[in-house]
Design a protein around this ligand. Sequence first.
Ligand code: FAD
Length: 279
Amino acid sequence: MHSPMFSLEVFPPKRTSPVGTIYDTLDGLQGLDPDFISVTYGTGKSSDRTLTARIAHTVSEYGIPSVAHLTAQYLNKDDVDQALDMFEQAKVSGVLALRGDRIDGAEPAGVFEHASDLAVYIRQQRPDMKIYGACYPEKHPQSATLEEDIDNLKKKVDAGVTHLISQLFYDNEDFLRFLDKARAVGIDVPIEAGIMPVMNAKSVLNMSNKCQSKVPEKLGIMLDKWGGDKALLKEAGIAYASEQICELVARGVDGVHLYTMNHPCVSRRIWSNVKPFFV
Ligand code: FAD
């Protein structure tokens, strides 16, 4: 039996914080020993690919494999070539190929309409680069049904994606149902379950609204009870995420991808709860 994978996501510091704060995040994550750390990338042509590449490079300097996200619907081939060069120089171990969200009023470049188009291009340009992709246990909001979304996911895998990372979800049954359906259509690459710890009631509701992920009754009760108390909600969020991970590992998932939200203390607490199960 393989031990499940464990990976983390960080984002580049916001424009209002010094870029050096990423060292605090990465220092705080030391000892978690993840299989890789992925680094997000904003959407839109003006988003800073250099920053994602620099942070991915810093992750590699910590001795941890890094994965750089790239959203491509507003990019042309030259932009993507430039990004791939930078990622290669940053010694990333792979790229998470994404379409990205639509920006109101901005016209997509029309070259990479879907993440699968980007995957095909990366496969042609960099045959040795590992390509990751996103998946949606509760379906992508733009898909009419989960089945339609999974058929499109299969195209993404056929295009060269060899590892999937899921959107956040709060009900393990949603992920497990999705997993069965994905396997049934022949998607046989590793699929990591994306877990985002609850820390702030407002951001949970915003995220679940944006991603159309449901808030299960037991999470709703927690938000009602402790939503007004940051410290207590954080404790409840750590307990909730730890329980989710523990059950997922017991049910045999390929791995867990923890959205750190650059809060290493929360990630460390969760990791110390679940570490015994990652053997
Ligand atoms: P796609 O795979 O292109 O899917 C989008 C929609 O198109 C879906 O409805 C899908 O069913 C459909 N579709 C896909 N392929 C086809 C096809 N070949 N033919 C027809 N229809 C198709 N956003 C950021 O801006 N920066 C990030 O760093 C970032 N990281 C993320 C990491 C993870 C793990 C996840 C789950 C999401 C992330 N996102 C990020 C959000 C992501 O950009 C959005 O969810 C976006 O709306 C969809 O991107 P995608 O790559 O999944 O798109």
